[in-house]
Design a protein around this ligand. Sequence first.
Ligand code: G3H
Ligand code: 13P
Ligand code: ZN
Length: 331
Amino acid sequence: MVSYKELGLVNTREMFRKAMEGKYAIAAFNFNNMEQMQAIIQASVECQSPVILQVSSGARKYANQTLLRYMAQGAVEYAKELGCAIPITLHLDHGDTFELCKSCVDMGFSSVMIDGSHHSYDENVELTRRVVEYAHKYDVTVEGELGVLAGVEDEVSAEHHTYTRPEEVEDFVSKTGVDSLAISIGTSHGANKFRPEQCTRNEEGILVPPPLRFDILEEIEKRIPGFPIVLHGSSSVPQDKVAIINKYGGALKDAIGIPEDQLRRAAASSVCKINIDSDGRLAMTAAIREVMATKPAEFDPRKYLGPARDSLKELYKHKLINVLGSAGKAL
Ligand code: G3H
Ligand code: 13P
Ligand code: ZN
């Protein structure tokens, strides 16, 4: 058993309290390798932003849980070395079983998500409650989820109950004791969040996706005022990165994300955590493809992973400053 406190990490409680008060959101960036971790920490230190290092179960398998724990501990020391001891959370993304969440708590994670959103309501309550009971013994915070994020193949419609049902949130939060709640209001995972026919075109001919369901968010806020809300699937899918990928041999079709103005509006509400993974993948892939295509004689991984890291860092800084509004909030 390793406590996250020994590693210098923090849980999300204080971070979310301040984010709620200050009307901004904390970035949760997924990572599974060193360059991503370096980019996250460099960007967050330069912006003086608190940050959540987020690990999916797939990432945990890919990178090895022990290495990840030492990387997170390394991140804490690295931030200090770079000149700002920003608050850093190590968070399990989309935990799907009690055992996985317990293992992360035992391995030094300071926050876990139990995603019971694919279960029945009662099963979700029971599973989430069990995780909270265990995690809270060690002062580890827990994120639950209500509502299913739409995939691009799904019909994004309330009739299919993919959106969070505001009438359930009060009961869920009080029965489970969760510290934050992920909701479904029109975001989804990956780089293809909407089909082109779901979008309209603005004057410049750019596809504009349907707006997020702020009416549902507001209804939720009325029922659980001041309670931290989480938005998954919040990549914006920058079209310049998509264009570079496709220019250098990629084949991304109909890649559409959540417009940044929608996320800025969410960050100023009770949304305290915004999850971004796909945009980082796009930034890395674009940079790597460009080096591979324009410098075919290079075979030192640092020559393409270095530019990928720099591009990621710029992307993260942009998110922290211009989208989430968390710059300067670490102090
Ligand atoms: O929500 C999913 C995250 O983007 C993690 O994705 O399971 O491929 O690591 P992954
Ligand atoms: P994106 O795929 O939109 O980056 O969402 C990531 C996410 O929600 C991780 O949990
Ligand atoms: Zn997610």
